[in-house]
Ligand binder design. Structure first.
Ligand code: 9D3
Length: 227
């Protein structure tokens, strides 16, 4: 699967994509990542990507021209299996099921917004959809794009290579949060790890983990139990 990221800060992605699952998935040939500098598709001396909003107001808006030119040059034909996503606070909310949907694509192109926003004609006539990563205000789409890429990349890795299918299934199959985990020492500053986990009774351990996961989900994320 190929990911394209369109951004005015290509250097932002050097860190996040060179570590962990994303780096591993790239090295294994499961995913390819191409980061594109939006300024490549400007024609003026100042490589202008933004302008003042019509009707007045604070800040600057990303111009439609360079973004349309970029997408049309990255994909001269937009065949099936390709999707253009505009990262935006106004989008559909990203979650694990959206990630599973994206993992079935051949190519995904993520457009990162900046400033006060992106000319609405990008959302209306270029992007297949707008996607938000949560109800909070980021300063741009780059962190959101890195999140989406991380989640989809690890799905690819789990489906095609990872023997631990639990990693793939957690968050979704049983709809619960993970159970609490402990490691040595068995007692730390007077706080003991649950006795049952120290013994070898796998059936008792399984039951304890399910109960603990249910309790933790009820406490932290009751919304997950109501679905
Ligand atoms: C408070 C500023 N808003 C009113 C003018 C508009 C606005 C513009 C640009 C709000 C956020 C941003 C930058 N955010 C993103 O590009 C973004 C985002 C987000 O802020 N929250 C959750 N998901 C995403 S995906 C992209």
């Amino acid at each position: 699967m190929t990911f394209h990221v369109l951004t005015i800060f290509p250097e932002f992605f050097r860190g996040p994509f060179e570590h962990g699952v994303i780096e591993r998935a790239q090295r294994a040939g499961l995913i390819q990542i191409k980061v594109h500098d939006l300024r490549t598709w400007t024609a003026d001396r100042h490589r202008t990507v933004d302008d003042r909003p019509f009707g007045g107001g604070e800040g600057m808006v990303l111009k439609p021209g360079p973004i349309f030119e970029a997408v049309e040059s990255i994909w001269p034909d937009r065949t099936a299996g390709k999707k253009v996503v505009l990262l935006s606070a106004q989008g559909r909310k990203f979650d694990q099921s959206v990630a599973r949907e994206f993992a079935g694509l051949n190519e995904l192109l993520l457009i990162c917004g900046r400033y006060e926003g992106v000319d609405e004609r990008v959302a209306e006539h270029l992007a297949d959809e707008e996607l938000s990563v949560g109800d909070f205000v980021l300063s741009g789409g780059e962190l959101a794009a890195a999140m989406v890429l991380d989640v989809v990349a690890r799905l690819k890795e789990c489906v095609l290579g990872n023997s631990d299918s639990r990693v793939y299934e957690s968050f979704g199959e049983d709809g619960l949060l993970d159970c609490p985990q402990y490691t040595r020492p068995a007692e730390f500053r007077g706080w003991k790890a649950p006795e049952v986990l120290l013994g070898g009774n796998h059936e008792e351990i399984r039951k304890w983990r399910l109960k603990a996961a249910r309790e933790k989900t009820a406490r932290q994320r009751p919304d997950l139990l109501r679905i």
